[in-house]
Each structure stands twice: as structure tokens, then as C-alpha cells.
Design a protein around this ligand. Structure first.
Ligand SMILES: Cc1cc2nc3c(=O)[nH]c(=O)nc-3n(C[C@H](O)[C@H](O)[C@H](O)COP(=O)(O)OP(=O)(O)OC[C@H]3O[C@@H](n4cnc5c(N)ncnc54)[C@H](O)[C@@H]3O)c2cc1C
Length: 478
């Protein structure tokens, strides 16, 4: 039974964690109020109309086929039809002089897992034979799974498994820095191994790349509508200043406009620093402060910078590509991606978005410096950039884009019910077994919903099953 009927639940934060908790709990019959300080839902996965550019911009988010909970939530809301799926990823090496970039495609073939990508991998010109040999040997470590302990840094693993410089620069770095958004020292082997096991080895479906073709706030508005259809009361533009527990055991929150909401159970579906801020409004001796706050000092942020360029002409026919030997990890061709939406993407010219992960250096650079450097780098891949005119440009710096899965962090990630007494925790940073991703956030919301349901005498069961191993992996996966 997944019944939470009768429970009154306050969910604070309408990012993916809060939205997924609200959908799960309302679907199970609970009376839910969802409170969000911004005028839109989606949290960090948001878009907005940029006043100076007169364009709707977002930092492109991608998902993988193995993100089963996120995909299921999108399906429930009907948003899945706005996801474009790709079976291949194009890696580009810069061309010399005015030459075109060298291209390698990695994607699934007819071969059974774990070898489904091996055909394209063996043909990839971005890697030498020696690089491929050490990568294949390294991947064997993740064939059956990935380490349970997160104590080892991925930098140590690269050294231990004798990865070559080419293998690191053209394979491990684009994938890991792109997926975990930090340097190898600040990523544990556990999560790096998870990325490769789930998306590269276990099944072809797990590695499919999904890109929302709508601006993100539009895309996730459907999930909020789904929550409302199920009975959730959504309160936007309501910033919570403090929380507290009444003498009768009820939880309450006070918003900055003075509004007070009370409920038997409360879910904080916030980033870790906002969770800490609200926990500090509880009395010092409260068990929630004592249990949760000390661990939160272990969490650190990592930034992402995106550069948005509108050209007067077409620069590339690719929808997206991973760029090698540059600070830019990804190029998204927003004109082409958004063209999949009816009426969008028309017109001449082209809108490209460039993503710089772990962009600590860019945080301290001016808009002009960031755009100038990015355009110069982009021209090494697409020589047409040199002749093209940039009609307009923008830079989005997200200093607190993700938390880093630094080695040893897992023991500090609290479970949904760690605070106790009817206060629950959600958010990508909680104990989900996933790194800082939309899938991690959705899982956290569902885990919190499960804890609430159990507290009300139900059983939970809100999580989607992981993808099954296919091919030979069925015999190997532990
Ligand atoms: C630039 C960028 C690129 C990214 N790319 C990807 C990607 O490609 N793939 C991927 O899977 N993930 C990506 N991520 C990470 C992903 O966005 C997050 O992991 C995920 O969205 C976190 O969701 P959440 O619900 O845990 O937290 P949040 O999204 O931060 O949601 C928390 C919500 O709480 C609200 N809130 C905060 N304080 C209060 C308060 N006091 N009162 C009321 N409301 C409050 C906030 O406004 C917010 O809406 C990216 C993140 C960024 C920033």
C-alpha cells in the first residue's frame, strides 16, 4: 500500500525534489501544500525571459536513459514528449589552422551489452590504440558495478589504473567533469564508476542522451500542473523565513510576507545551504539542528557557466557536441533543439549555447572576457565563426550549480527521515546514491514521500525501478 491519506504535508521548495515529493504524496491521497519563493517551479532547472536579450534563456540540462525516476515523473506529467533522445554523442577535436574539427561518434550498435558502444569506441579517432587499451582495462573495474565506498578520489583511480594523458583528456575528463561538475580530486571513484556502469556498460538504453526541447520552466510547469491536478496547493512567490514546532507537535513555517502555514509533517526540499539556514531558525537544542547541521559543513558547491551566442548565420548542423581540448565541455545548438517545438526555431541565423563545467575561473571574469574567450575557442571547431557576426550574446553564471561528490561525502548525506519528529529532508544533496542531478533530486523527493507515507502507516513504494541489465550484463551485474 502506498497510502498517505489524511496526512497533512507542507513541502518547502518547488525544485525537482519538492515537485516529485508533492506528486507522489498527493497521488497517494495526502493533503499537500507546496511553497516556493520564486515565481516559477523547477528550481535550478529553470528558464526566464532575459530582459536585455529579449530571449527566453536557460542553462541546458540533459538527462540519460538511466534516469528512470525523472523520466517517470515527466511521463506522469506528459512532459516526456518534449524530450529529444539521441543514441550517439559527437566528440570534436579542434581543427588546425582553418581546418574543420575532427569528429568521433560514440553510440550504441547491434552488439550486446556491455559491448554495445565498443564498435564506435574502437573507431573513435580521438583516442590512440594505447588510450583505448587502458580505458578498456579501466572500464572492466566497473563492469559488475561500482565501489560501495566513496573514499577514493577519481584522480587516485586514474593513477592506479595507469590511464594515459590522451585517455584522460579525451575520454575520462569530458564525461566525468561534464557529469559530476568538478575536478578529479573532488569526485569520488564511486560516482565516476556509477556514471560509466549505468550509462556506458549496463545497457544501451541507459546511455541515451535526452535533451528537453522546451525552455526548462515551461518543461517543468507540466509537473506542477500534474501536482495540482492531484490536489497539491501550489504557493509561488512565498519565501519561507523560519520554521518551528508548536507545543502540539505540529510543524509550521512563517513566510516573509507574514503568512503562516502549519502541518503535521514538513518536507524541506531545498539546497543544502538553504536547509541549513532554515534549520538554524529552530531552537539550538532541537534534535533536528543537532542531528543535521554539523554534517552540512562537509558540502561544497561547484559552478557552471553558460555562454549564449546568437549568430547571423548557420554555424553547424550538429544538434550538440562535446568539445575536446578546450574549456568548453558542450555545445548545444538551441536553434535546432528548440526547432522540435512547433513554431520555435524559425528564422535565419543560429543560437548556440556553450557550457563550461566546474567554471571556477569564469566566476571572476567579466562578461566580455568570458564571451571573447569562448568565441575564440569555438572558432577552432567551427571556422565559420570567424566570418559570422554575433548578433547578441549573454552569460549565465551559476555559482551554486551543484554540490561536489567529494571523496568521503556519502557518510554525511542525511537520509530523508534523519531529522525526525515529522520533519523530512529532500534535495539532490541528501542520501540518494546519485550525484547532483535532476534524477538525484527526483529520487530524493520520492524517498522523502516514502518516509512521510511510512510515518502515516503506509508503505511507500514511490521509486521507479532501475533499468535492467541487458545482453551479457545480465550475467555480470551483481
Ligand atoms: C547551470 C546548471 C546546469 C545543470 N545541468 C544539469 C544537467 O545537465 N543534468 C542534471 O541532471 N542536472 C543538472 N544540474 C543540476 C540540477 O539542476 C539539480 O541537481 C537539481 O535541479 C536540484 O533540484 P532540487 O530540487 O534538489 O534543488 P533546487 O532545484 O535548488 O530547488 C530548491 C527550490 O527551493 C526554493 N527555495 C529555496 N529557499 C526557499 C525558501 N526559503 N522558501 C521557499 N522556497 C525556497 C528554490 O527557489 C528552488 O526552487 C544543473 C544545474 C545547474 C545550475
Amino acid at each position: 500500500m502506498r497510502d498517505a491519506a489524511g496526512a497533512e504535508v507542507l513541502v518547502i521548495g518547488a525544485g525537482l525534489a519538492g515537485l516529485s515529493a508533492a506528486v507522489a504524496l498527493s497521488g497517494a491521497g495526502a493533503k499537500v501544500a507546496l511553497v516556493e519563493r520564486k515565481p516559477h517551479v523547477g528550481g535550478r532547472a529553470y528558464s526566464y525571459e532575459h530582459p536585455a536579450l529579449a530571449e527566453v534563456v536557460d542553462s541546458q540540462h540533459v538527462l540519460l536513459g538511466c534516469c528512470t525516476n525523472l523520466i517517470d515523473l515527466c511521463r506522469q506529467a506528459g512532459a516526456d514528449r518534449h524530450i529529444r533522445w539521441y543514441d550517439e554523442i559527437t566528440f570534436l577535436e579542434p581543427g588546425g589552422g582553418s581546418g574543420a574539427a575532427r569528429r568521433s561518434e560514440i553510440g550504441a550498435s547491434f552488439l550486446p551489452s556491455p559491448g554495445h558502444s565498443s564498435w564506435s569506441f574502437l573507431r573513435a579517432s580521438m583516442l590512440s590504440v594505447a588510450d583505448k587499451a587502458v580505458i578498456a582495462a579501466g572500464l572492466l573495474e566497473f563492469l559488475r558495478g561500482y565501489p560501495e565506498s566513496d573514499d577514493e578520489a577519481f584522480s587516485a583511480w586514474l593513477k592506479r589504473t595507469k590511464q594515459t594523458e590522451g585517455a584522460i583528456r579525451h575520454f575520462w575528463e569530458p564525461v566525468i567533469v561534464g557529469a559530476l561538475n568538478d575536478g578529479f580530486e573532488r569526485c569520488s571513484t564511486r560516482y565516476a564508476g556509477q556514471v560509466f556502469h549505468e550509462s556506458f556498460l549496463k545497457s544501451a538504453e541507459g546511455g541515451r542522451l535526452g535533451i528537453p526541447s522546451q525552455p526548462l520552466s515551461e518543461f517543468y510547469a507540466a509537473v506542477a500542473e500534474r501536482a495540482e491536478q492531484l490536489g497539491t496547493a501550489v504557493h509561488l512567490r512565498t519565501s519561507v523565513d523560519r520554521i518551528g514546532r508548536r507545543a502540539d507537535g505540529m510543524w509550521e513555517m512563517v513566510a516573509s510576507d507574514g503568512a503562516v502555514f502549519g502541518a503535521e509533517q514538513m518536507v524541506l526540499a531545498l539546497p543544502f545551504e538553504q536547509t541549513a539556514r532554515l534549520l538554524r531558525t529552530l531552537p539550538e537544542e532541537s534534535q533536528q539542528r543537532q542531528r543535521i547541521l554539523p554534517a552540512m559543513e562537509q558540502f561544497v558547491h561547484s559552478p557552471i557557466t553558460t555562454i549564449h551566442l546568437w549568430f547571423d548565420r548557420v554555424i553547424t548542423e550538429l544538434d550538440h557536441a562535446a568539445l575536446l581540448d578546450t574549456r568548453i565541455q558542450w555545445m548545444f545548438n538551441k536553434s535546432r533543439i528548440r526547432r522540435f517545438e512547433e513554431g520555435a526555431g524559425a528564422g535565419e541565423g543560429q543560437y548556440l549555447e556553450l557550457v563550461i563545467s566546474a567554471s571556477f575561473a569564469e566566476l571572476h571574469r567579466t562578461r566580455e572576457e568570458v564571451v571573447g574567450a569562448a568565441v575564440e575557442e569555438l572558432a577552432r571547431f567551427f571556422p565559420g565563426v570567424r566570418e559570422a557576426m554575433i548578433v547578441k550574446s549573454g552569460v549565465l553564471k551559476e555559482a551554486r550549480a551543484t554540490f561536489s561528490v567529494v571523496p568521503g561525502l556519502d557518510r554525511f548525506r542525511p537520509a530523508a527521515d534523519a531529522a525526525g519528529e515529522g520533519l523530512y529532508l529532500a534535495g539532490d544533496w541528501t542520501r540518494t546514491g546519485w550525484p547532483s542531478t535532476m534524477e538525484g533530486a527526483v529520487r530524493s523527493g520520492r524517498l522523502a514521500a516514502e518516509a512521510v507515507a511510512k510515518g502515516a502507516g503506509g508503505e511507500g513504494g514511490f521509486l521507479s525501478a532501475d533499468l535492467a541489465a541487458t545482453g551479457l550484463m545480465r550475467l555480470l551485474v551483481r
